[in-house]
Design a protein around this ligand. Sequence first.
Ligand SMILES: *[C@@H]1O[C@H](CO)[C@@H](O)[C@H](O)[C@H]1NC(C)=O
Ligand SMILES: *[C@@H]1O[C@H](CO)[C@@H](O)[C@H](O)[C@H]1NC(C)=O
Ligand SMILES: *[C@@H]1O[C@H](CO)[C@@H](O)[C@H](O)[C@H]1NC(C)=O
Ligand SMILES: *[C@@H]1O[C@H](CO)[C@@H](O)[C@H](O)[C@H]1NC(C)=O
Ligand SMILES: *[C@@H]1O[C@H](CO)[C@@H](O)[C@H](O)[C@H]1NC(C)=O
Ligand SMILES: *[C@@H]1O[C@H](CO)[C@@H](O)[C@H](O)[C@H]1NC(C)=O
Ligand SMILES: *[C@@H]1O[C@H](CO)[C@@H](O)[C@H](O)[C@H]1NC(C)=O
Ligand SMILES: *[C@@H]1O[C@H](CO)[C@@H](O)[C@H](O)[C@H]1NC(C)=O
Ligand SMILES: *[C@@H]1O[C@H](CO)[C@@H](O)[C@H](O)[C@H]1NC(C)=O
Ligand SMILES: *[C@@H]1O[C@H](CO)[C@@H](O)[C@H](O)[C@H]1NC(C)=O
Length: 659
Amino acid sequence: MLTSMYRVLYICLFILFQLSEGSNITSQSFVTSSCNFILNNNLYDLSPLTLTDGRSYKTSNSLLKFDYIFNICGYATECKNKYSTRRDSQACSLFPLPVQIGDTNTEIAVENPNGITLSYTGSDFLCSRSNDLVFTCDESTDITVVGAQAHRCKYTVNIRSKYACPIKPTPKPTLSPQPKPPRPKPSNCVFQGSSENTFFDFTKLKNITYQANVGYIDSGYYTYYTLFFSICGEISVCTKYNQQNPDVYYQSCQVYLNQNQSIQTGDPSIVQDTLIRNGIRLNYQATEIYSGCLRNINLILSCDKDEEFTIGQAKEISPCAYEIPIVSLYACPFSYDSSSSSSSSGGGSPYSSSSSSSETPTSTCIIDSNITESPYGFNLSALSGSNHPYYIAKYQNDLYGDFNLLFSVCQGKVDKCQQYNQLSGNSTSYQSCQVYNDKYSIQTGTPSLLSYETSPTGISLLYKSNMYSNSIAKQNKLNLVCNSTTDFDIESTSIQKSILQVNINSRYACPSQCVFRDNSTGKSIDLSPLILPNNGAYEAKFQSYSLYFTFCGQIDICLKYEQQIPGMGPYQSCQLLMGVKPPLAVQTGKSTSLQVTVSTYATKLNYTSDSFPCGSGHYRYNILNLACDPTTDYKIISTNESPFCNYEINISTKYACPR
Ligand SMILES: *[C@@H]1O[C@H](CO)[C@@H](O)[C@H](O)[C@H]1NC(C)=O
Ligand SMILES: *[C@@H]1O[C@H](CO)[C@@H](O)[C@H](O)[C@H]1NC(C)=O
Ligand SMILES: *[C@@H]1O[C@H](CO)[C@@H](O)[C@H](O)[C@H]1NC(C)=O
Ligand SMILES: *[C@@H]1O[C@H](CO)[C@@H](O)[C@H](O)[C@H]1NC(C)=O
Ligand SMILES: *[C@@H]1O[C@H](CO)[C@@H](O)[C@H](O)[C@H]1NC(C)=O
Ligand SMILES: *[C@@H]1O[C@H](CO)[C@@H](O)[C@H](O)[C@H]1NC(C)=O
Ligand SMILES: *[C@@H]1O[C@H](CO)[C@@H](O)[C@H](O)[C@H]1NC(C)=O
Ligand SMILES: *[C@@H]1O[C@H](CO)[C@@H](O)[C@H](O)[C@H]1NC(C)=O
Ligand SMILES: *[C@@H]1O[C@H](CO)[C@@H](O)[C@H](O)[C@H]1NC(C)=O
Ligand SMILES: *[C@@H]1O[C@H](CO)[C@@H](O)[C@H](O)[C@H]1NC(C)=O
């Protein structure tokens, strides 16, 4: 009975006013395949029929009571919006049940006696759904749907179209002045360009073995491994060395010649192509896991009409990924469609560089004191800038050999690193590099990848590299230790795993909240030598109790006895009431509430509390009167509580002498 429903239908272009939620759909995202088919030496190009603007074809049949929505070599967006989140529907029915009928990924093309048939399968819900688009060659029409049938769950649509007329690869010259060459298949090493008529054709390079070396330092000596690769197709050189598994196919391999070892880095059939600014990136994946990872290789093919084929410097871009830049005329896209310009390279996806060429350096060398983030502030500006393009630290190491570390502190970039043979790949943003034999450099840090830790005794800057060498992105840690006797002095170097450490003495590593300036004379005092390790406290004995305090920064002892209001914040000082059990800490000064006056012979620090008002009124405060005495490191002269809840401690110290 259903078969008797064969009748002429109408077709309409179903305009969608609501594209999918929020996303910006460009026309390309509707197209799933090129829609060009070579079948039995006949070329069919149905691509003009692919709807690329979000619309769909729709047939309606009131007798059948079904609406059937479809696209040709593309997505039917309406299938997604209303009835399903599936993105990959080529066709769906709207009634009686909204279900997918065709999945774009299942497309099969065969020739029929009068044209070409595209078949798709879809959802298995209740029955196995599928649809055939049966195209009949008809030079008189772009597209006319002459019939649609549904039998069980199989939909058949009959379409007449001039695009279903085969194009012979060798048409008679008189008929067609500019015959189109046959469209190549991707399997022949051809990749789709930015439009459906644009291609990259590497077929001339198929199965050719190329090689690139990646250098690294092993036990202090320069060595390298070789990446053998093809642009497409299989290469045999990889099998000449010891392989982990002889049963894999090689598009590329990493070969350690001295160890006679070959590691698969790409299988010829596992390739992803991505358009880049001036060409195409081919990413091949291995099938065999080696040493914990599945390797992959990226061929960055850039168009240059004057270069046959030039390989740039290969590098590692992650522990198991390799990148090889290539400049070649074959990486210039070309078009089969004479009406559209062949220089269509502008339409590709924007090139997102994995290299580090445009890192902006950290904007400042000043780390503010912020009690929640970093209780100690530092001003390292004096260590960077034009006076100090870079510093050099020497390493002598049994495992890594002798080398120099060239590094900058905070802002600086070390351009010198670029002047060596860059074993971790060319970069323009070095914060540091390892230099061997005055010849080879390996990036160990880039300015933007900075983290730091602060303490009252200094600051550690940890920089990471964004380049790989021998599967490692190295790091360097600059341990700047507060030492007011020197501007900058490298005391020692060491290596911990992949982290190169440099221990540096510097006055600029003294926390800035311990440095107080006399605005009238421009001189300052630096109390950082009085900071005790581990947030330790000084004790000042009063008549019946003790006050624990520090000059700058914070102390921990009060936290231990903090019971009434936990988390009262950083203590500069507290009074410990021993009469109660356990003893009770009362905050007498907060690290951040400070008034200072500096003069030639005396400095007054007045720290105020903001917890526990004293009696009926004001908050407690404590005053440290610091008298300059060049002969004394530190000595408490007197203590006095006056008025009530205000604590005064008079101290002699050489650090209070302004310099
Ligand atoms: C959508 O993308 C196009 C091309 O990338 C862009 O010009 C346009 O501004 C985008 N529209 C929205 C709404 O994001
Ligand atoms: C070229 O590579 C293909 C697989 O990509 C392989 O079938 C063919 O044998 C190779 N040809 C040569 C000459 O190695
Ligand atoms: C490397 O290994 C292969 C396969 O085991 C072997 O045939 C070849 O002779 C070896 N080459 C060298 C130089 O040892
Ligand atoms: C990398 O830099 C070297 C000079 O240091 C240069 O000869 C080479 O062409 C560069 N390679 C790339 C891919 O830019
Ligand atoms: C301290 O750092 C925190 C977190 O980054 C921020 O919310 C706060 O405003 C900073 N305080 C000061 C005084 O800068
Ligand atoms: C940081 O140090 C530099 C150089 O020593 C100085 O010029 C600058 O004023 C300091 N900045 C601050 C905020 O203290
Ligand atoms: C301070 O630095 C100097 C110069 O590096 C060094 O000789 C001295 O031992 C350091 N002082 C301390 C306490 O580390
Ligand atoms: C010095 O002047 C600065 C800026 O005017 C001010 O913030 C600071 O508190 C003054 N220092 C002293 C010790 O008075
Ligand atoms: C110390 O600071 C407190 C709170 O700001 C203030 O009330 C007190 O007068 C100051 N004392 C001296 C001696 O500056
Ligand atoms: C502590 O020093 C201040 C300022 O130098 C002075 O006014 C006060 O008398 C001294 N107190 C004692 C008990 O010596």
